[in-house]
Design a protein around this ligand. Structure first.
Ligand code: BG6
Ligand code: MG
Length: 216
């Protein structure tokens, strides 16, 4: 019996993936890396800012010091934060608001479990900051998905054990994190073909996920 649902943020509730890609692309261009692609960007989904930077730097012939890497990650984040400041409630992904309302009506707790340290800025910009019973994000944990740390933190904040929480994810790293943590993994978007997901759908829209079945 599911008592809570933990949502990844980027790519599940809000369409920030393109903004992450554009900000990394800007950095890659500045570094003279011309081979950074959308395919590479898929591997950045769900993982921390520093892990995402490594995906870009794999394409560089140069070795960067830890200090330089921190400066590069900051640079990307400055570009990214400028773009998320332009987010509005219309950037909430289709079906997200309806799903949150449906769960609330059924007395199911909801939380965010996101790698993003920008979670509060994003939730504020899209107008759903007050919707959740708990928020766990990249500021709460040091280990990035596929570690289950951020989901375990969300479950702890909710006071619900992992096996009574579903986790909704769009990234393979996030599905792996959910499995490792003992959560019920629900995949949308790019993760929907992941064989480890218990339930899958293209998105949260149009009743594609049968919450009667998922909640048990
Ligand atoms: C995740 C994104 O939600 O947050 C990743 O899917 C991103 O692509 C990670 O790297 C960290 O985000 P931020 O906002 O802390 O740089
Ligand atoms: Mg995501």
């Amino acid at each position: 019996m599911i008592k809570a649902v933990i949502f990844d943020l980027d790519g599940v509730l809000v369409s920030t993936d393109e903004l992450h890609f554009q900000a990394w692309k800007t950095l890659a261009d500045e570094l003279g890396i011309t081979t950074f692609t959308r395919e590479d960007n898929l591997r950045q989904r769900g993982v921390s800012r520093m892990a995402s930077l490594e995906v870009v730097l794999e394409k560089s012939g140069r070795v960067y010091s830890d200090e330089e890497k921190l400066a590069l990650a900051d640079k990307k984040n400055t570009v990214y934060v400028e773009s998320i400041a332009r987010l509005t409630p219309s950037d909430v992904l289709p079906g997200a608001r309806e799903t949150l309302a449906l769960l609330r009506d059924r007395g199911i707790l909801t939380a965010i479990g996101s790698a993003s340290r920008n979670t509060p800025l994003i939730l504020e910009a899209i107008g759903i900051a007050d919707t959740f019973d708990a928020i766990a994000d990249g500021r709460d944990v040091t280990e990035s998905k596929p570690s289950p740390a951020v989901f375990l933190c969300a479950a702890r904040k909710l006071g619900v054990p992992p096996n009574e929480c579903a986790v909704v994810e769009d990234a393979d790293a996030g599905i792996e994190a959910a499995v490792r943590g003992g959560f019920v993994p629900v995949a949308v978007s790019a993760a929907r073909y992941n064989p480890n997901a218990k339930y899958s759908a293209q998105s949260l829209a149009d009743g594609a996920l049968d919450w009667d079945v998922i909640l048990g």
